[in-house]
Design a protein around this ligand. Structure first.
Ligand SMILES: *Cc1c(COP(=O)(O)O)cnc(C)c1O
Length: 377
């Protein structure tokens, strides 16, 4: 494939795997050598691409991975096998899917058991099939999402032989408010998880997601599960992230038009031009995951791109496949120039704030129509 024989793609998503690994290193250094740093690669590695991300993490020493669904686990196992790494564990966060038990030993996947029903099904399946693949146990400490209640965990711990029958090797819980360091639920969850760990002294223990890592060493236990921080996301809600940006989204200007003051732009005529303007058309829209909520109107500004180091604000509504930015203040702007929509100058957090959402949703919404370039790794 040579550049000369293909038309220049109008939009480009560049994923910097060196930055991704640098972000993982930051966490490895923070937790120290006695704590394992797992990789969380659910939802196609937060929209960045499961295979290239998994290979980069693997090369950096990652040996335990978390996915959400069993099909993601199957895909990941194939990637790890192709890289000749049988010494890896894959945990399926959403647990056991009824009727799919046999997929777990076949692909060496460990369910994260989060209810007494799942424990019973899994233990029964292991006894009947002789499968030796292990599992993790999720105990809820304050989210009321996945996981045994504390009372159920106490009962489970008190019953002889059941931990072994389920092949449980890891006990974990998940923090609800780790991105708000001052939130009182953090201390409550930590205290409850200490009790959980004391119930299962022979198992390794895991509490922290990305933000949890930064709450301090008492949250680290034996294994941490950072996702978003590795992908360049925020660690503390509303604060600049110490992580390096991993994703860069650029769109080429496909057309520049002059419009006169008093005219409106886009569907619904929601924005009226206050001055004679140069408007640049980009081939990105909400079908590409650039949410319509980042549109601009007379009442409220929208997202902003960067061109030649200057801000180019969105004008009017974002449509399915197109958006318009104002390049009046960038006189050298020309057809073909690349406008940064996410990257080092426009952070994922900025874009998320404009969309009224969080960086997780921006990344996992990234469209399938972009040309994807993986750098480094
Ligand atoms: C998604 C997830 C993580 C990773 O969370 P981040 O906030 O992205 O670091 C860790 N643990 C569980 C249970 C999760 O669902």
């Amino acid at each position: 494939m040579t550049e000369a024989t293909l038309p220049a793609p109008p939009t480009r998503l560049t994923l910097d795997l060196d930055a991704l690994v640098a972000n993982r290193r930051t966490i490895v250094e923070r937790v120290g050598s006695r704590v394992e740093v797992a990789g969380v690669v659910k939802a196609d590695a937060y929209g960045l691409g499961l295979a290239p991300v998994a290979r980069a993490l693997l090369a950096d020493g990652c040996r335990s991975f978390f996915v959400a669904h069993v099909d993601e686990g199957i895909e990941l196992r194939a990637v790890l096998d192709a890289a000749r790494h049988p010494d890896t564990r894959i945990f399926v966060l959403n647990g056991l899917t009824p009727g799919n038990e046999c997929l777990y030993p076949t692909h060496r996947l460990s369910p994260v058991l989060g209810s007494t029903a799942e424990i019973a099904e899994w233990s029964g399946f292991r006894a009947a099939s002789g499968a030796s693949v292990g599992a993790a146990l999720h105990v809820d400490t304050g989210m009321n999402r996945h996981g045994l209640t504390l009372a159920e965990a106490r009962a489970f711990a008190a019953e002889a032989g059941v931990v072994e029958a389920a092949g449980v090797t890891l006990v974990m819980s998940h923090l609800a408010c780790a991105d708000e360091p001052g939130h009182p639920l953090n201390a409550i969850q930590l205290a409850r998880f200490r009790e959980v760990r004391a119930l299962f002294p022979h198992l390794s223990a895991s509490l922290a997601n990305s933000s949890g890592v930064f709450l301090g060493a008492d949250h680290h236990f034996d294994l941490v599960r950072p996702g978003i921080a590795v992908y360049g996301g925020a660690v503390v809600s509303g604060e600049a992230t110490p992580m390096r940006p991993v994703v860069r989204l650029e769109a080429a200007i496909v057309q520049i038009r002059e419009a006169v003051a008093g005219e409106t732009v886009g569907y619904g005529a929601r924005q009226t031009l206050r001055r004679a303007s140069r408007l640049a058309l980009l081939s990105v829209g909400y079908a590409d995951g650039f949410h319509r909520s980042a549109s601009s109107s007379d009442g409220a500004g929208g997202a902003e791109g960067r061109l030649h180091g200057r801000a180019v604000p969105m004008v009017g509504r974002i449509s399915m496949d197109l958006m318009v930015v104002d390049v009046t203040d960038v006189p050298e702007a020309a057809r073909g120039d690349m406008v940064e929509l996410i990257g080092a100058q426009v952070t994922v957090q900025d874009v998320a704030a404009r969309m009224g959402t969080i960086d997780y949703e921006v990344l996992t919404s990234l469209g399938r129509r972009y040309e994807r370039i993986h750098r480094g790794g």
